[in-house]
Design a protein around this ligand. Structure first.
Ligand code: GLC
Length: 426
């Protein structure tokens, strides 16, 4: 068997292991439910195995969309007390319990990519037409609830929304989140993965304070933004949203849904203009802005490189590629989730240094589109090297490639299938 065949077969095995019929779990034990952006990216990998199943992954997610348009970050399809915080802590009152916050909106991108590859558009068009207004409602929800001043960019109200849970980006703003008064709790994550690779207790206390605060406001999204002491405009998150807006607009246009197309084009236009305010020439990347103070956050993390996923100006994308090339000189594997020169860099702790294949995939996709093909290929090659050395882990140490966090990880496997078969059906 060739190297490609072996890697593909192993990746398919991981997807099968974590398939629960209509959704996949990110990995057994650590994450026993459906996660939002995991599912959308996983659908791309599932496509290589079973096209119908790929669409079902996303349809299941959207079946749990809130009436206001939000798509929650976790759907608790089953009871499992191996995970904390579970449904009783969130207490969102949904028919199937869900969390009360959202995650990076990569669905628009995923749906368009699946559609572009579809083997039979006639058969799929009914399903896609049913999904389009749902994705559009989610985008509308973002701008209505997370951009109250209409600046074109949306804020995160909880680090878990970013998908980059304990990034260094949040440290300073997080200091303003209190810890007093939270109910006693027992973490479960540190029973499944090494505590040194996971967020600290102090961070966890603040995560829970925010959850309790929002719960106290009845999860009313019209109130949460202004009531949150944590409001961060993350370039990576916004880039994912803007890319999804553009992709949804293209797809809507192709299917004759002109109102959805026009609305999403406008979101993308305003957002891309707004992104300019996050650019740092000194660092050769975008930075987060703390909306409560208005200041840029001096933290060179992967969020500012992930911005290449959106249709940013070509010059910005080329600078990001050059920045990644300098990171490649400092780490054996790219792209580290934080700049190794920063004293806060931590090669093994969750989002504070390690490499994640999903982020690599999105950065490489954006850079390739912008013409920075050599860097894009270098990122993909480094991603596969990690798999060959360390298997399908949740994340990896960029200095020595050690596998970290959960094992047999679904979206890592999905990205491997994508990287190995870039043009299949596209
Ligand atoms: C962690 C990650 C998040 C992911 C989840 C499930 O919380 O930080 O991005 O969605 O695990 O894989």
């Amino acid at each position: 068997m060739s190297d490609v065949q072996t890697l593909s077969r192993d990746a398919v095995d991981v997807l099968r292991e974590n398939d629960r019929g209509n959704y996949t779990v990110p990995t057994k034990g650590l994450y026993p439910f459906q996660w939002n952006w995991d599912s959308c990216l996983t659908a791309l990998g599932l496509w290589h195995v079973d096209e119908d199943r790929a669409w079902r992954e996303i349809e299941t997610l959207f079946a749990h969309q809130w009436p206001d348009g939000m798509v929650p970050h976790i759907i608790f399809h089953v009871d499992d007390d191996g995970y904390f915080p579970g449904p009783s802590i969130w207490a969102t009152g949904r028919p199937t319990p869900t969390s009360g916050i959202t995650q990076p909106p990569v669905a628009g991108f995923a749906v368009r990519r699946l559609w572009d590859r579809a083997r039979n558009h006639d058969v799929l068009s009914r399903r896609v037409k049913a999904l389009l207004p749902k994705v559009a409602a989610w985008h509308r929800w973002f701008f209505a609830n997370r951009d109250p001043q209409g600046e074109g960019l949306v804020a995160l109200l909880h680090p878990w929304e970013s998908g980059r849970d304990n990034s260094i980006d949040w440290d300073e703003a997080f200091e303003r989140v209190p810890t007093e008064g939270i109910a006693p709790y027992i973490r479960r994550d540190t029973q499944h993965a090494a505590p040194a690779h996971r967020p600290t207790k102090d961070q966890y206390d603040r995560y829970l304070w925010l959850v309790e605060h929002f719960r106290g406001l009845g999860w009313d999204n019209a109130k949460l933004h202004d009531a949150s002491p944590f409001q961060i405009v993350d370039p990576g998150f916004n880039a994912i949203l803007l890319r999804s807006c553009t992709d949804l607009a293209d797809l809507a246009e192709a299917l004759g849904e002109t109102a959805i197309a026009a609305e999403n084009r406008e979101f993308a236009r305003r957002g891309l203009a707004g992104m300019e305010s996050l650019w740092s020439s000194a660092r050769g990347q975008y930075l987060c802005r703390d909306r409560t103070t208005g200041a840029l956050v001096e933290s060179a993390s992967i969020g500012g490189l992930l911005a290449a996923f959106a249709a940013i100006p070509g010059g910005r994308a080329r600078t990001i590629a050059a920045t990644i090339e300098t990171l490649a000189a400092k780490a054996r594997f790219i792209v580290p989730s934080h700049n190794p020169d920063d004293p806060r860099f931590d090669a093994r702790r969750y989002w504070r240094g390690p490499v994640w294949l999903i982020v690599n995939y999105m950065i490489a996709d954006g850079l390739a589109r912008a013409g920075a093909v050599a860097t894009a290929e270098r990122i993909s090659a480094s991603s596969l090297d990690l798999i060959r050395e360390s298997g399908f882990a949740e994340y990896y140490d960029p200095t020595d490639g050690a596998p970290l966090g959960g094992g047999s990880f679904t979206w890592t496997a999905a990205m491997v299938l994508e990287i190995l078969n870039p043009r299949t059906g596209a």
